[in-house]
Design a binder for this molecule. Structure first.
Ligand SMILES: Nc1ncnc2c1ncn2[C@@H]1O[C@H](COP(=O)(O)OP(=O)(O)OP(=O)(O)O)[C@@H](O)[C@H]1O
Ligand code: SF4
Ligand SMILES: [Mg+2]
Length: 341
């Protein structure tokens, strides 16, 4: 069960894929909550399990997606009842998707159907989930496109996806996702393919829609600059596990886990503020292979603070390093007090 103000409660979520190279533990005992109206950013390098976690929340993995899931994903529905996504039938899941939560994918072309007009794609989503007739769905679709800043919504409605610019397609994807007024919007790298100006507009737009509707947003990104703009809370993932989480302002000003510290050092804007002449630092080494994770702390082969006989054998649990800011590092106290070499 989840607390009354919580919309989503994820507990010990693990996702395993069977691959030719062996089992891949893409998500390893991940737990987190999302409150109503909250913004939660999920960050981490490529392959850390962000999309797999997001797809699990949408019920898009499991047997049909070739994955084995364990743990709970409790979602509070609009009617107040809570359900474990992992235990819903395919029919129930279809109802939850769209009505209760919706997802924006990185590449709008992969989720918009190239052979249907924008009008039919948005209207069908509205009709399916809200059981309205076409004229009412059409009015709603036009309103949405207008509110998303699309200059000529009537013209956009009669267009096919390939006739629109990347920024327009992304807005249409957002319109499809928002058409059913979800209480949770999952946005998986929604701005990566877009130029910086459009990125900023999309972020502004999501914030605006959030302030009207009170929906919660789970925002997945590599871009810590965007996380700083979004505010709210952040979860840092490494090799399938949560390694740090807390309020963005707190985690960014006092990162406890060396991986988060390294990510923040590689962020140009924050670095500029502190050290204008220093070069951007890349994190040395590579993300570990998903089929052959290092023992102990998975970050130890890349960590400047790794202690032999400790970090390579013991798996760090998340610990509270103050005010609900959690970090998974065996040496965070030594590092924070400057005692770690
Ligand atoms: N369908 C699948 N079959 C096998 N392995 C998979 C599958 N989907 C993901 N993986 C593996 O699971 C791990 C996590 O992948 P995931 O796509 O969730 O990472 P990510 O954090 O979203 O990365 P990116 O930032 O590149 O999008 C990776 O090692 C990936 O290769
Ligand atoms: S547990 Fe050890 S290896 Fe892992 S981040 Fe902390 S100091 Fe580095
Ligand atoms: Mg991804």
């Amino acid at each position: 069960m989840i607390e009354p103000h919580k919309l989503l409660g994820v507990r010990d979520l693990s996702v395993r894929f069977a691959t030719e190279a062996g089992p891949v533990l893409a998500v390893d005992r991940v737990s987190f909550d999302i409150a109503r109206g909250e913004t939660l950013a999920l960050v981490g390098e490529s392959g850390s399990g962000k999309s797999t976690a997001a797809l699990s929340l949408m019920g898009l993995l499991g047997a049909a997606g070739g994955a084995t899931l364990s743990g709970r994903i409790d979602l509070r529905l609009k009617n107040g009842s809570t359900h474990d996504i992992n235990r819903l039938s395919a029919r129930e899941l279809r109802r939850v998707r769209g009505n209760e939560m919706a997802m924006i994918f990185q590449d709008p072309m992969s989720s918009l159907n190239p052979v249907y007009t924008i009008e039919s794609q948005i209207c069908e989503a509205i009709i399916l989930h809200q059981k309205t007739a076409w004229p009412a769905a059409r009015r709603r679709a036009l309103e949405l496109l207008h509110s998303l800043g699309i200059p000529n919504p009537e013209k956009c409605m009669t267009s096919f996806p390939h006739q629109l610019s990347g920024g327009m397609r992304q807005r249409v994807m957002i319109a499809v996702a928002l058409s059913c007024e979800p209480r949770l919007l999952i946005a998986d790298e929604p701005t990566t393919a877009l130029d910086v100006t459009i990125q900023a507009q999309i972020i502004e737009l999501l914030k605006r829609v959030q302030s009207w509707t009170g929906m919660a947003i789970l925002f997945i990104t590599h871009n810590l600059g965007l996380v700083a703009e979004l505010g709210g809370r952040v979860i840092v993932m490494y090799a399938g596990r949560v390694v740090e989480q807390g309020k963005v302002a707190e985690v960014f000003s006092h990162p406890c886990m060396p991986y988060t510290q390294a990510l923040l050092r590689s962020l140009p804007r924050l670095r500029r503020a502190r050290a204008p002449r220093q070069r951007l630092q890349a994190i040395p080494g590579n993300v570990p292979s998903a089929v052959d994770r290092p023992a102990g702390c998975a970050f130890h082969p890349r960590c400047g603070f790794a202690a032999k006989g400790m970090c390579d054998t013991r798996l760090p649990a998340l610990e509270d390093c103050g005010g609900g800011h959690l970090a998974a590092c065996l040496r965070w106290r030594d590092i924070a007090s400057g005692k770690a070499a």
